[in-house]
Ligand binder design. Structure first.
Ligand code: NAP
Length: 333
């Protein structure tokens, strides 16, 4: 099968399209014929050798795909049949024509979505759902500040916060990105490059602060995050795009807010945890993608062919995407 390989960690030019053997199915796995895969920020780190796959997982990049069921491995219990349209959360292996996935991480494609749209759901939406529901336990009426509001995870988070009856507010780096986040449901948006989002959050919440902050920025925002947090608020760190080190009175300021600092990573979680997450998401969120009218939608920025995967990585690395970047393998259904 064709797959994108990285022999030497480095820039996008090190992504090589090659022919490699198809994955062998283990007990309880399903082989998916991949029609589309989506990019995630973690893919850029993995390409540079900074985010290796968990032990035993494919070293091919790619955390989410959509396609059709090809073969069921030994011991598969779920009633999938060949050619069923599916999407899946992966620990790796997505940038390839076929991928083997534990059956618990396979979901049906919502009826009104294309496979390119569906590929943009698993990693981004399960991450947002996990952070909001399993980690922060967001409640109705709470104000949630989402950084990178036009990112793949951010556009999912804003829609989920509305679904949960809470109030999303965002930061982003351009007017265009803020506009997208507002179209997705954000009640307010702040350009962190130009404006003081602390003041924006204070004004919006009449001085109370945000109950929850979804933070994929880390270092450069830490002080503003503590200042923006409500008393007893939950600050959920899930990325460090703005640096990993902190210099200053973080603990004192957090303590004065009685703040909770929570962190999470999805990829390194156990299969059981991911299976529980997929089950909860499938029950409570997935139906909203195919409702009439649909109340949730994956936001697609652009679609690239597999041959142009390096260009897709450059696009993301330059922070140009609004929503998700999809790789189309151009297969007929
Ligand atoms: N913990 C987990 O399990 C998990 C899972 C999935 C994703 N993530 C994390 O979630 C984040 C979003 O991922 P994604 O794939 O959705 O990303 P994405 O679509 O590529 O969007 C990332 C956006 O973040 C903003 N950004 C980049 N550097 C920044 C900085 N230094 N300060 C502030 N904003 C910055 C940029 O938008 P602006 O133009 O608005 O600055 C950029 O377009 C990443 O940090 C990723 O690692 C974590």
């Amino acid at each position: 099968m064709r797959a994108v390989c990285v022999d030497v960690p480095g820039g996008p030019e090190n992504l090589l399209l090659r022919t490699v053997p198809r994955p062998q199915l283990k007990d309880g796995e399903i082989l998916i014929n991949v029609h589309a895969a989506a990019l995630n920020r973690a893919d850029l780190l993995q390409r540079r050798g900074l985010y290796p796959p968990p032990p035993g997982e494919s070293d091919i990049i790619g955390l989410e795909v959509a396609g059709t069921v090809h073969t069921l491995g030994p011991g598969v219990m779920s009633p999938w049949r060949p050619d069923d349209k599916v999407m899946a959360l992966l620990s790796g292996g997505g940038y390839a024509e076929y991928v083997a996935v534990p059956e618990q991480l396979v979901m049906p494609v919502p009826s009104n979505l294309t496979l390119c749209q569906a590929a943009a759901i698993p990693e981004a939406w399960l991450t947002a759902f996990q952070l909001l529901d399993f980690i922060a336990q967001v409640k109705e009426g709470e104000v949630v500040l989402v950084h990178a509001g036009a990112s793949g995870v951010g556009t999912a988070a804003v829609q989920l916060i509305r679904l949960f009856g809470a109030v999303p507010i965002v930061t982003a780096g351009s007017a265009e990105k803020l506009k997208l986040a507002e179209e997705m449901g954000a009640a307010a948006g702040f350009n962190y490059k130009k404006d003081d989002f602390v003041q924006g959050v204070r004004d919006f919440t009449q001085g109370k602060g945000a109950n929850v902050i979804l933070d994929c920025v880390g270092g450069s925002h830490w002080e503003k995050n503590v200042s923006s947090l409500a008393m007893d608020g939950r600050w959920v760190l899930y990325g460090t795009m703005g640096g990993r080190t902190v210099d200053g009175d973080l603990l004192g300021k957090l303590l004065s807010k009685r703040g909770h600092l929570l962190t999470s990573l999805l990829r390194s979680r156990s299969l059981q945890y991911k299976a529980d997450l997929v089950k909860a998401f499938s029950r409570t969120v997935l139906p909203h993608f195919s409702a009439q009218p649909a109340s949730l939608r994956p936001v697609i920025d652009s679609t690239f062919n597999l041959e142009d995967v390096a260009e897709a990585h450059r696009h993301m690395e330059a922070n140009r995407n609004l929503g998700k970047i999809v790789i189309n393998l151009n297969k007929q259904i």
